[in-house]
Design a protein around this ligand. Structure first.
Ligand SMILES: [Ca+2]
Length: 156
């Protein structure tokens, strides 16, 4: 009987330790998007850009379906200040570009990734319209039809 009680006690201890550990992980990760937006085709040019709201912690989930696919997103800066944009994808065979354009279609920032993700910071003005863009910069021959899912994150 004593042994059973002891076992139950260790089980309870073990599970409380597990709870503490997972709570710590949640606090450390703190990547909880306020909203997730998606790309809707066709969005291969400015006038068909998929809209999103650039609030802190918001996220875009999209897929570049092939070499020719380009994804445009349009947003209006909700406040003036520095915005951090980053893109992540899990495909070491391709390199994506992330470009920020202003309302006049002038590029503010062009970043060609050299790894599996990239980020940059820019000062944006409240109420101004901007475009965010991604496409495949390089891909090995023969991979042209392999879709590349990606996520773009916005922090400000
Ligand atoms: Ca597209």
């Amino acid at each position: 009987m004593k042994k059973v009680v002891f076992s139950l006690l260790s089980l309870a201890l073990a599970s409380s330790v597990a709870v503490v550990t997972s709570a710590k992980e949640n606090t450390a990760n703190e990547i909880k998007p306020m909203a997730i937006y998606y790309d809707y085709e066709p969005n291969n040019y400015f006038d068909t850009a998929s809209p999103f709201v650039a609030y802190n912690g918001n996220q875009i989930n999209g897929t570049l379906s092939d070499n020719m696919d380009e994804d445009f997103y349009v947003f209006t800066a909700p406040s003036s200040g520095y915005y951090d944009f980053s893109i992540a994808y899990n495909n070491s065979r391709v390199k994506l570009s992330l470009i920020l354009w202003d309302k006049n279609y002038d590029d503010i920032r062009i970043v060609h990734d050299t790894g599996n993700g990239v980020s940059f910071t820019e000062y944006l003005t409240k109420g101004e319209k901007y475009y965010l863009y991604t496409s495949v910069k390089t891909r090995p021959v023969g991979d042209s039809n392999i879709p590349v899912p990606y996520s773009i994150y916005v922090y400000n």
